[in-house]
Design a protein around this ligand. Sequence first.
Ligand code: SF4
Length: 370
Amino acid sequence: MISLLKDSSELKDIFEKIETGQRLSFQDGVRLFKSRELTAIGYLANHVRERIHGKKVFYNNYLNLNPTNVCEVACLFCSFAKLPGEEGGYTMPHEEIREKVRCAVEMNGIREVHIVGGLNNAVPLDYYFDIVSTVKSVNRELFVKAYTAVEIDYFAKRGQMSCKDVLVELKNRGLDGLPGGGAEIFSENIRKKICIKKMGAREWLDVHRAAHELDIRSNCTMLYGHVEDVEDRVDHILQLRKLQDETGGFNSFIPLAYHDDNNPLARYVEARETDGITDLKVYAISRLLFDNIFHIKGYWTTVGIKLAQVALSFGVDDIGGTAFSEKIMHAAGAESPVELSREELVELIKKNGFQPCEVVSSYDKIFSTQ
Ligand code: SF4
């Protein structure tokens, strides 16, 4: 059956590279994206996924904390942020943050807090820094994954510090890891269309390099399914793979599907939402191209529960997590539930014949296999 699939496939040479552990090239990645052989691509990605992780599926029990949605940057794909003075803008006081975290610990038993938000000039820099210590003051054991490279760069500019100094400051207050947001698509041409005011690819990579040098591990992302083409996706993935060769500091890669509700991107350029085939291809091809990042995360919040379940057989080994209080994807029209309990998440993993493994973003300890 397998040799039949391989022998009849236009991707036969890629099958051979995967079987013999050879690294795929830029051209291989483009060919995979342009191929119609979804089953063969899925088979290959699952082969690699099972070689690394067997039937394990990782997940986090975590709280999403978005301390402020006020942001100066106005990325065209963003449905979450409000401009300064715009109706609906909010900034949470530290006391509210402490209470939110305390409730999530007591009621949901969370082990991790994921913090990202807007770039808000109206609050002092210490407001951001102190959020990390505020979260840690609830429970020192909580894993704090905070601030995208875009936020770190913004703090550095505001404080006239280097990004490294900002990271040291945050680490001293309890920072455990960085999320991977803000990478979008590295192509400068596409960035000009979708987020002209945001930092460029080189700066994004420099922040993560600096974090890795300080032993702060991070995730990386790719926003896809808007105006990029397949070459942009492969180029993005290979730039991340190159940094991973250098530092080894990325824990996981997270493809993020673009949603077009409540943001102006589709009005300015011909942005389109993705379809299920594109989503599965992005997961599977990422698994095949990243021979040096162990985890591929398929956030059920971005593609929905049913497709996330299928993605577990297309290279994904981490389904995200409970995502208590997720706002960013849902503001853009994600149709998934706002949150899942730990029990619901475990059930949907087990239904597929996989073994649920609860971790925090460092993946250094499995807390539960139920
Ligand atoms: S994506 Fe981030 S930087 Fe861009 S507008 Fe939204 S919150 Fe601001």
